[in-house]
Design a protein around this ligand. Structure first.
Ligand SMILES: Cc1cc2nc3c(=O)[nH]c(=O)nc-3n(C[C@H](O)[C@H](O)[C@H](O)COP(=O)(O)O)c2cc1C
Length: 183
């Protein structure tokens, strides 16, 4: 059984990208041999990254929970909203607490926007991040446009369904290949 951790990168009340997170987890869980769990970073809210001396016990405990989830999953899907032409700052801040956990980890990148461009600027940053930390970036990336239309009978919702199915199938296949390679 392949375990995929789907990470939600928006802390905002009224956030829309959680719809994409939920759908991705649902699609993965509907497939044989794969299981998805959601890690909602809004439940943690780590402070701006520091060197560790001043961290409270609560923050240290939260870091360990996230570290454990990153380590035990076979693959990571990171879902970032696009904010001001990039990935969410709070998401990048949380990801910066970790490093060896990403090495050779299958990494699926998902960007989300309310407009029609699917958060392509956030996607560029996710891809750059994955490459820098030595993660195994899955070649198929998912850009989600008009996220507020997910679940409705619209052209954008249909495109999302099709692309999300392919993304999840490819992510499972890719993760299985990396796990089998025992790197
Ligand atoms: C502070 C802020 C900045 C944003 N900047 C952009 C942007 O640069 N490009 C874009 O396409 N959408 C932008 N959006 C819209 C988001 O893409 C939209 O809120 C989307 O639903 C994903 O974020 P959410 O999960 O927080 O809702 C911005 C939204 C916020 C709150």
């Amino acid at each position: 059984m392949i375990h995929i951790l789907v990470v939600s990168g928006s802390n905002r009340n009224g956030r829309q990208s959680i719809k994409a997170v939920d759908q991705i987890a649902e699609i993965i869980n509907a497939q044989d041999g794969a299981r998805a769990e959601i890690l909602d970073l809004a439940n943690f809210r780590l402070p701006p990254f520091d060197d560790g001396d001043q961290r409270s016990e609560e923050v240290k405990a939260d870091i360990e929970i996230i570290r454990n989830q990153f380590q035990k999953c076979d693959g990571l899907v990171i879902v970032s909203p696009e904010y001001n032409g990039g990935m969410a700052g709070s998401l990048k801040n949380t990801l910066d607490y970790f490093r060896p956990e990403y090495s050779w980890k299958p990494f699926g990148a998902v960007s989300v926007s309310s407009g029609t461009l699917g958060g392509q600027n956030a996607m560029h940053q996710l891809v750059q991040f994955a490459s820098y930390v030595n993660a195994c970036l899955m070649p198929n990336r998912l850009l989600v446009s008009k996220v507020n239309e997910i679940g409705l009978q619209t052209e954008f919702a249909e495109v999302f369904d099709k692309n999300a199915q392919k993304f999840c199938t490819d992510m499972i296949r890719f993760t299985k290949a990396i796990v089998a390679a025992k790197v």
